[in-house]
Write a protein that binds this ligand. Structure first.
Ligand SMILES: Nc1ncnc2c1ncn2[C@@H]1O[C@H](COP(=O)(O)OP(=O)(O)OP(=O)(O)O)[C@@H](O)[C@H]1O
Ligand SMILES: [Mg+2]
Length: 258
């Protein structure tokens, strides 16, 4: 059965979407079959993967139909990112912003995504979920659906409080609805040669020990270029960040199968 990995941090701009797309690309390069699920109304992972069809249905229409009890087939909305080795993805757009509202009155609202993905998870080796920067019901759905959680945390500032909030939520999900969930680790992102960056990594390690991934993702403007070109760094020759994400992917596979 495919492994479902959720990439989350309620803090904005920590490289969640960049990491989801590049982890997906790296896994695809390893020969794995990958599906990326965009659960952020900002739709950044979808845009990165080349989604530009305003008329196409997205994850929010599927969730709405599913909770109305309609028969749905997720294959109807799965897209293929040709520029990214054929990585498949389920897009999101702004309409997902209404989900918090329409999920409010739904029974077992935290398990909607898990139930949806159970219909297709056998078809993939890895399903990666990109989360919005919040701790709301969509993120909860992503954590309830997952086997593993990854927290990208940027090293440009001390975000100890932010890390505590997200790891507390993960602990609550593990203790209640999804004992299968494993915190795979904290990924230091936007790392550079400043003392701030080094100190922050040290603080992460003091607080979370080996949960901090051994590798860093460096700060590089190539990240922004790559999302603009809609092509993951892993598919570019001689990309430093691409190589870092490939090493990260190896470690993710090691940790989720350990
Ligand atoms: N390693 C990096 N070095 C420099 N810039 C980066 C790096 N990773 C991502 N960025 C840039 O930082 C911005 C935020 O990255 P990204 O969208 O991946 O973060 P996010 O955590 O998904 O944000 P949000 O919380 O809004 O969903 C983007 O403009 C992206 O191109
Ligand atoms: Mg994002």
């Amino acid at each position: 059965m495919g492994k479902i990995l959720t990439v989350c941090n309620q803090k904005g701009g920590t490289s969640k979407s960049t990491s989801v797309v590049n982890l997906g690309a790296a896994l695809q390069l390893m020969g794995k079959k990958v599906l990326i699920v965009d659960m952020d109304p900002q739709g950044d992972a979808s845009t990165y993967l080349g989604f530009d069809d305003e008329n196409a249905d997205t994850i929010s229409q599927m969730i709405e139909r599913f909770i109305r009890g309609e028969q749905i087939d997720l294959h109807d909305i799965i897209q293929v990112s040709e520029k990214n080795g054929g990585v498949e993805y389920i897009p999101a757009d702004l309409s997902l912003a209404g989900a918090e509202m329409y999920l409010v009155s739904v029974m077992s609202r935290e398990t909607v995504l898990r139930r949806l993905l159970s219909t297709i998870r056998d078809e993939y080796d890895y399903i990666l979920i990109d989360c919005q920067p919040s701790l709301g019901v969509l993120v909860l759905n992503a954590l309830v659906a997952a086997d593993g959680a990854i927290i990208p945390a940027q090293t440009q500032e001390f975000s100890r409080k932010a890390l505590k909030a997200i790891t507390d939520i993960i602990g609550q999900v593990q203790a209640t609805i999804n004992p299968n969930l494993k915190l795979l680790g904290i990924l230091p992102t936007m790392v550079d040669n400043t003392a701030m960056s080094k100190d922050t990594r040290k603080v992460f390690e003091e607080n979370y020990g080996e949960l901090v991934f051994p590798m860093n993702i460096s700060r590089s403007v190539t990240a922004a270029y790559s999302s603009k070109e809609k092509k993951a760094l892993c598919f570019k020759a001689n990309s430093k960040l691409g190589e870092e994400y490939r090493q990260f992917a190896d470690e993710v596979v090691r940790r989720i199968t350990a």
